[in-house]
Design a protein around this ligand. Structure first.
Ligand code: NDP
Length: 507
């Protein structure tokens, strides 16, 4: 703040004489309508809240930069990735997913990891999570899934029956459930977790050769997680711990950084890969597709105003720049619609003009006009249609993405690769986790699943057993379930298992 003493004004710039005493008829009299300053002040206050994000409502953000460390021009013509040493300004928002805006940072939940790159070819958003996979692979399931992670419609309470009913009826969730209930489901803070694109995206180069890629932002602070008990305690001690930790670190000059690695698969590899490479419930094992380092991201500036910069920040996986595009990943295709749509609801049709969302390093020359809160020149006197012969901005065919081969019958196709759904959850438990991590995982699951109906405990534990027998036995033991019953359920098809654990059969 400058030294210059400023006069308080109304929102319209008129000086205000007194901000402590309403205009009344006599010292004890009622307030008069003619106190227009009071009316304006109350009316604006009444409208301070905007709709909360339906997911990722609680978040924290910071500004920084991304620097290229590896020449990747063979894979992408994106200009911001075109030169080693090139820096691009970024804004990052971290978040929890299911909790409301006032919920605790240390809840067990995936964490959002959204990066906006202000490139010279427009804004590119990488809207990922701290987990490399997701619970479902079809966007038609998303609203139902989120309902089950939120509150019971009758009681307004979180409901373990809803939570485990849906997950046990959705076996493709087993991999993400395993990550969620490991200690990575309660990261110590936003600085000490990785960020993953989770989805597969397309990169294409100047010759229009394309590749499928997955992005991994690896924390240079090292992974640090709370145990379940530590996270529970932190919810009471400091509900805003991750937000505070990020802001404090940047404030003291301890700038958090991440190394960007990418996994790259050729279209030919993808065609013959041993499972569907566009299935977001699966990772690409590093042994098959080794990650290569591409760059480094550093966060070095806190927001000055939370609402303006973090609450109004709007990310979308549909924000691509030339050189980057979507893949056939079904969940991604759904998200390409939903993000812009939710921001139009939350912030209005012109949300892309807000300073945090507007391109910073490139011009914005569109024929979009009007709409609520159009606060810049609105295209001025230039033409508002295309084609025109009055010198308006013209499309540039050279930025077209390469065509890809798509064919098939339009139908609601059943997913056909479900036989491999348990493999990676099993590998995570068996090959990656230490025995300490396995014990924490089982303890975290038991502490939550014990609150669901027993038929749901059985159905879900059978899925853990299918991922890895030792994993299933651990959960069954912790819940006091009959292991033989779990094994029998695990041997059934999902359809038979659902029938065997239907409501009628509950004790
Ligand atoms: P690797 O041994 O090459 O990779 C294992 C990965 O697991 C590492 O990247 C590590 O991430 C991550 N990891 C370690 N502990 C945990 C944990 N408690 N929860 C979640 N992730 C953890 O094996 P593969 O690539 O063959 O993958 C084996 C399994 O590892 C997969 O089935 C998947 O569940 C998990 N995984 C794989 C990733 C991938 O992209 N291939 C990414 C993350 C997890 P870090 O290096 O950051 O510690």
């Amino acid at each position: 703040m400058g030294d210059e003493k400023k006069t308080l004004t109304t929102g319209f710039g008129q000086p205000v004489d007194d901000d402590q005493h309403s205009i009344t008829a006599g010292p004890a009299g009622p307030v008069l309508m003619q106190d227009v300053h009071l009316l304006e002040k109350l009316a604006h206050f009444d409208r301070e809240r905007i709709p909360e994000r339906v997911v990722h409502a609680k978040g924290a953000g910071a500004h920084g930069y991304f620097e290229v460390t590896q020449d990747v021009r063979a894979y992408t013509c994106a200009k911001f990735l075109s030169e080693v040493g090139k820096r691009t300004e970024v804004f990052v928002r971290f978040s929890t997913v299911g909790g409301e805006k006032g919920s605790a940072d240390s809840e067990r939940d995936p964490r959002g990891f959204a990066v906006k790159f202000y490139t010279e070819e427009g804004n590119y958003d990488m809207v990922g999570n701290n987990t490399p996979v997701f619970f479902i692979r079809d966007p038609l399931k998303f609203p139902d899934f989120i309902h089950t992670q939120k509150r019971n419609p009758a009681t307004n309470l979180k409901d373990p029956d809803m939570f485990w009913d849906f997950l046990s009826l959705t076996p493709e969730s087993i991999h993400q459930v395993t990550v969620l209930f490991s200690n990575r489901g309660t990261p110590r803070g936003y600085r000490t977790m990785n960020g993953y694109s989770s989805h597969t995206y397309m990169w294409y180069n100047a010759q229009r050769d394309y590749y499928w890629v997955k992005l991994h932002f690896k924390t240079e602070q090292g992974i640090q997680n709370f145990t379940g008990e530590e996270a529970d305690r932190m919810r009471g001690e400091d509900a805003d711990y991750a937000t505070r930790d990020l802001s404090d670190a940047i404030q003291r000059g301890d700038y958090p950084s991440w190394r960007l690695e990418v996994q790259i698969m050729t279209p030919e590899q993808a065609k013959s890969y041993r499972f569907d490479p566009f299935d977001v419930t699966k990772v690409w094992p590093h042994g098959d597709v080794p990650p290569i380092t591409v760059g480094r991201m550093v966060l070095n500036r806190n927001p000055e105003n939370y609402f303006a910069e973090v609450e109004q920040a709007a990310f979308s996986p549909a924000n691509f720049v030339p050189g980057i595009g979507p893949s056939p990943d079904k969940m991604l295709q759904g998200r390409l619609f939903s993000y812009h749509d939710t921001h139009r609801h939350r912030l209005g049709a012109n949300y892309h003009l807000l300073p945090v969302n507007a391109p910073k390093a490139s011009p914005m020359n569109s024929y979009q006009r009007d709409g609520f809160m159009r606060f810049e020149q609105n295209g001025g006197s230039g033409p508002n249609y295309w084609p025109n012969s009055f010198g308006g901005p013209a499309p540039d065919p050279s930025v077209a993405s390469p065509p890809i081969d798509v064919a098939g019958m339009a139908a609601r196709h059943e997913y056909r690769h479900t036989d491999v759904d348990f493999v990676q959850a099993g590998a995570l438990y068996h090959d990656v986790m230490t025995s300490d991590e396995q014990q924490h995982l089982v303890r975290n699951i038991v502490g939550h699943l014990k609150n669901a109906q027993q038929r749901l405990q059985l159905r879900q534990t059978a899925l853990f057993y299918k991922a890895d027998p030792e994993y299933g036995e651990g959960v069954a033991g912790g819940l006091g379930l009959n292991l033989e019953e779990v094994k029998q359920l695990a041997a059934l098809s999902q359809e038979e298992r659902v029938k065997a654990t239907a409501m009628e059969s509950s004790q």
